[in-house]
Design a protein around this ligand. Structure first.
Ligand code: HAM
Length: 425
């Protein structure tokens, strides 16, 4: 009996892994330039963290969590996202006491959501995210957005669109909430059960409902932007001014509410507009969460961040047909003939690797012709040939695969000679 991979997960095989590494490298390098430091938190957390952090009226908490009881009777959950855990760690490790504020962190790792798998939607996916905790300067909102746009642009993406909105502060939200209840209440019977229970608990969640998204009341729903108080409106204007100053194009969409409860003020998403990208176009989502740290038992410290999945990043690269050069070409393949020569290459390949070169030899006892084919497949820049006669004379033949040039080298000078040739390339 064979066992298959679980639904909604995927193996990332050699050949594709290099693409992931390439994009991860871009993202990490840019985070470093912007002075963000990496944080690693556990894959599972106490279930309560997400119930409180993400919000118990959200789809994530209500329907999508991988929750289990461990042998000690605790309820644990495989993390569906990174923000709640980073904030937990910020509080637990008293990072609010760090003299460098805001605390700027980035993370990458697998997240788990029990969603209906389809193109771009997995049950296990890898998020790359950033959190800047400890500042309520609209400039940090612009910085966080600039950072992710920089990652996408550096990778080569062109067909992307930034959408921003403001969800306001608590006062603005209370006013908007009342307006939403009045708007939906008379006809709430026409909505799904989830929406009915959300009407009193969290009416803004109705705007994010996947089932009722085409209901006519959705389009005419009161816009949060009409309910922003002075502070929230000015804050949002300032964020937009900064974005324009950074030459970052954006559109304002008052219907953008995001699927997690912790947001206020700035909310944003980045969409792919590439043809053939698929039905789900959101590449990245983020926003400000000013009440989350205090909700997690810390001081009243504001925060903002984003996350995108590597899977959708890669899909966007493919949809825009962006190629990149494979940098892992082999420096030297050592081909050999005869048992003694084969034995000798065990140490030779090791010496090259110790000298920092990418080297390989044959492990299948193949004929010379097949060894050359293997070298070709690995795109070897050089092939070194060691036959019995050569070994007797302490020599090895070095062939430059790009020019076809061939030369004999004394074995004792082999590593140095090759290293010099590599430097000249
Ligand atoms: P989110 O919108 O739930 O936000 O997810 C962020 C991103 O994760 C999405 O835009 C998408 O790229 C990716 N994603 C989500 N679900 C899936 C899935 N099932 N398969 C593949 N990719 C997926 C958050 O998670 C927030 N923690 C973001 C944030 C950080 N806000 C502030 N800081």
């Amino acid at each position: 009996m064979s066992v298959n991979i679980p639904r909604g997960t995927q193996d990332i095989l050699p050949g594709t892994v290099e693409k992931w590494q390439h994009l991860e490298r871009i993202a990490t390098d840019i985070c470093r330039n912007y002075q963000y430091k990496e944080i690693r938190t556990p894959i599972f957390e106490h279930t309560e963290l997400f119930q409180r952090g993400v919000g118990d009226t959200t789809d994530i908490v209500q329907k999508e969590m991988y929750t289990f009881t461990d042998r000690g009777g605790r309820s644990l959950t495989l993390r569906p996202e990174g923000t709640a855990a980073v904030v937990r760690s910020f509080v637990e490790n008293k990072m609010f006491g760090d003299p460098n504020q805001p605390v700027k962190l980035y993370y990458k790792g697998p997240m788990f959501r029990y969603e209906r798998p389809q193109s771009g939607r997995y049950r296990q996916f890898v998020q790359f995210g950033v959190e800047a905790i400890g500042s309520e300067d609209p400039a940090i909102d612009a910085e966080v957005i600039a950072l992710v746009m920089d990652i996408y642009r550096t990778a080569g993406l062109r067909k992307i669109q930034l959408v921003v909105n403001s969800l306001g502060d608590t006062e603005s939200r209370v006013a908007h909430r009342e307006a939403l209840i009045q708007h939906f209440q008379p006809r709430i019977g026409e909505f799904c059960e989830d929406c009915q229970s959300r009407l009193e608990k969290n009416p803004m969640r109705i705007l994010d409902c996947k089932k009722d998204r085409d209901h006519e009341l959705m389009k005419s729903a009161p816009s949060i932007l009409d309910y922003l108080n002075e502070y929230s409106r000015t804050y949002f204007e300032k964020v937009q001014q900064y974005l324009s100053a950074l030459d970052i194009e954006f559109v304002v969409d008052p219907t953008l509410v995001r699927g997690l409860d912790y947001y206020n003020h700035t909310a944003f998403e980045i969409m792919s507009q590439a043809e053939g990208f698929g039905a789900i176009t959101t590449l990245c989502g983020g926003g400000r969460y000013n009440g989350l740290v205090s909700q997690m038992g810390g001081p009243d410290v504001p925060g903002i961040g984003f996350a995108f999945s590597m899977e959708r990043f890669l899909a966007a690269m493919e949809a825009e047909s962006i190629e990149w050069e494979e940098t892992n070409r082999l420096d030297c393949y050592i081909a050999s003939l005869g048992d003694e020569a084969r034995d000798y290459t065990v140490k030779l390949v090791h010496d090259l690797r110790k000298a920092g070169m990418k080297a390989e030899r044959d492990y299948q006892n193949r004929k010379m012709k097949a060894q050359f084919k293997a070298a070709d497949r690995l795109q070897a820049k050089f092939v070194a040939i060691l036959g019995e006669d050569e070994l007797k004379e302490n020599k090895i033949t070095l062939k430059d695969m790009e020019t076809g040039e061939q030369q004999e080298v004394m074995l004792e000078h082999f590593v140095d000679t090759l290293q010099k040739k590599m430097e000249e390339k």
